[in-house]
Design a protein around this ligand. Sequence first.
Ligand SMILES: [Zn+2]
Length: 431
Amino acid sequence: MIAPASLDLGQAMYELMAELYPICRSITGDGLRQTLSIIQKNIPLAIHEVPTGTPVFDWTVPKEWNIHDAYVKNSHGERVIDFHKSNLHVVNYSVPVRARMGVKALKEHLHTLPDYPDWIPYRTSYYKESWGFCLSHREWLELKDGEYEVCIDSTLDDGNLSYGECYLKGRREDEVLISCHACHPSLCNDNLSGIALAVFLAKHLAGVSLEYSYRFLFIPGTIGAITWLARNRESVSKIKHGLVLANLGDPGRLTYKKSRRGNAEIDSAVMHVLKHSEQDYEVIDFVPYGYDERQYCSPGFNLPVGCLSRTPWGRFPEYHTSADNLDLVRPAALADSLAKCSMIVNLLENNGKYINQNPYCEPQLGKRGLYHAQGGKTEVKDGELAMFWLLNLSDGTHSLLDIAERAGLHFDRVEEVSQTLVEHGLLKACA
Ligand SMILES: [Zn+2]
């Protein structure tokens, strides 16, 4: 499998994000459905609808939220806050409101960022029925005394929670889970970059022969993962490796947050790829907050699921503001993130265990043409080093990645040499 890394793919991911950017998404509702139907144009996607009120572990699927319009008009009838200019202007999940009020009462429902006076904050109120508007601090300062007309034309009714699932069947029932949240409105790095990465990784994998089966989830954050886990409780043991994808479009270095287990194969695989990338990167230990790895790694499941990001959530100032827009994300960063994801998948796909068929002393490599003819040289080339390590550690317990790590060599080199040794009858793959 070749890792796709071209800038064309980065540009294509960026264009998908640009198409999805204007949609007002939430944890339920038509914006989420519209997003899933655009994803469905790119990859095979099953869209599931789970009714309001469905119990999912300690939670309940909430009422469905939809919004058509929202504004605050001044006494001249001018829209001083307008949902149609930015969907971030409305606190996501605001209950419907039609009222007139003075500026003091209005300001109790307004949210701004005084430190970034030109940016609109992103706020939600999913589980407490309330309403509010978000605006730039500069606009807030311009609000004069007088009466304002407030309208939030939203609905909060019994409906469904929607999520998308793309399943790619491999030779094995064992699965690799790739999960991303799809519930944020016009925010790019946090939300859309993970979607774009997952879509293009699925597109790539749909066209190749696979060892593992792959399950891609496009779900609303928290409640979506909880709902999916509640509905699939019996089959999650098939998940052997998993990654949550988020914040993969900014130009910062890659960051990997380990699974709760900390020593799962996915942890070793991602760290190996990052270590050999010759780029700066960071690895952080599991913490029980962040994205949906929190649910997959809750103690009852403890699945081997880590989280791959570039700059992690909360560590870039644009996070959860209107400045997390199409200018923050770059095609080159998206392409690099996709290349790393492909390398990780490639490693998992090929990380077999082998048995040395000639384990009593070293086999004579020279007569097989596997070793340089002249003795006495001091340097041992990577290929030969890989051969010695493979022959020594291929006892059915060490994977190729274990051997690459012990040898200090790139996985691809070790994997390539293992195939040569298989061809010469010196190694045999474990069943
Ligand atoms: Zn977020």
